[in-house]
Design a protein around this ligand. Structure first.
Ligand SMILES: [Zn+2]
Ligand SMILES: [Zn+2]
Length: 316
């Protein structure tokens, strides 16, 4: 099968012809239709996350087809132990022995992928594979982050890319007011307003206090900027797996029951909930499609912020 392979972090992915993967007991073999490209993939390829499997086929937003034709989604959470204190408490996203797709296990930058059948999601018939793929991580992690915002009415989204543009749609559906903080290009701001954000602009010009903020961009200084914009009792949720250091700030910025927290991974319940909600809204992902062989170009476009919405490898 054709695949894009990471052999050494810091180097571009290499096109490769690999033997077809074998499905073990309890696994499914999936023909990949589309695979979303996530910022996490970029962190893995750039060597910012410790110890990926090598060589590695990245990709954890996989929409594929089972031999019977049923469409399924393979997310980041690839396996959990079911026994540790987190698994037993319904917090499998924190499993001490969890294994992740496109990191500990080969993922979807390939024509075929293998997954544990207990961790794949059945998918609705619509929309097409490329537009479903971003829901499987960008959507899911964003949705989990949004949950931690409680009943916040005024929601700030810091970094308006693959994840935020989906969260914006869910948040508007829930009746929240959305403020999009972007790095400066008018195209992204217009995109955010088109999805229901009532304001889009730079971090130091947010027009009202926020009840919650989700930081998607991997820039620690945005955490402090968001904290300084929070109303009392508000929360800053950090949605990325990697971020530059957070600068120090005076305690006064945190005082009055403000909080900062991160979101890690997903549970299968998150996936079931979001995939049930998606057609109701309905969520429309904005995608830029690339052929499999252009995975490095897709990663570069994310790195440079050249995209509107989400990047997806199209293998149909
Ligand atoms: Zn566990
Ligand atoms: Zn991801």
């Amino acid at each position: 099968m054709r695949a894009m392979v990471l052999r050494s972090p810091g180097e571009p992915l290499e096109p490769a012809d690999l033997p077809e993967p074998e499905a073990g007991a309890g696994d499914v073999l999936v023909r990949v239709l589309a695979c979303g490209v996530c910022r996490t993939d970029l962190h893995i390829v750039d060597g910012e996350l410790a110890e990926p499997k090598l060589p590695l086929v990245p990709g954890h937003q996989v929409v594929g087809e089972l031999p019977g034709g049923e469409r399924v989604g393979i997310p980041w959470l690839g396996w959990t132990c079911g026994e540790c204190r987190y698994c037993r408490a319904g917090r499998e996203n924190l499993c001490e022995r969890a294994r992740f797709t496109g990191y500990d296990r080969d993922g979807g930058y390939a024509e075929l992928a293998v997954a544990d059948e207990r961790y794949v999601f059945p998918l609705p018939a619509e929309p097409d594979a490329a537009h479903l793929a971003p829901l499987l991580c960008a959507g899911l992690i964003g949705y989990r982050a949004l949950r931690f915002c409680g009943d916040a009415e005024r929601l700030g989204l810091y970094g308006f890319g693959g994840s935020a543009h989906i969260v914006c749609q869910v948040a508007r559906h829930q009746g929240r007011r959305v403020f999009a903080v972007t790095r400066g290009d008018e195209e992204t701001r217009a995109f955010a307003r088109g999805l229901g954000a009532e304001w889009a602009g730079p971090a130091d010009e947010v027009p009202e206090p926020l009840d919650a903020a989700i930081v998607f961009a991997p820039a620690g200084e945005l955490v402090v900027a968001a904290l300084r914009t929070l109303a009392p009792g508000g929360t800053v949720v950090c949605a990325g797996i990697h971020m530059s250091d957070i600068p120090s700030f005076p305690y006064e910025a945190l005082w009055r029951e403000r909080s900062i927290r991160s979101v890690a991974n997903l549970t299968r319940q998150d996936g079931e909930d979001l995939l049930a909600l998606a057609p109701e809204i309905p969520i429309r992902a904005e995608v830029t499609e690339y052929p499999l062989g252009d995975a490095n170009r897709a990663l570069d476009d994310i790195r440079e912020g050249r995209l509107t919405g989400a990047a997806v490898l199209d293998l149909r």
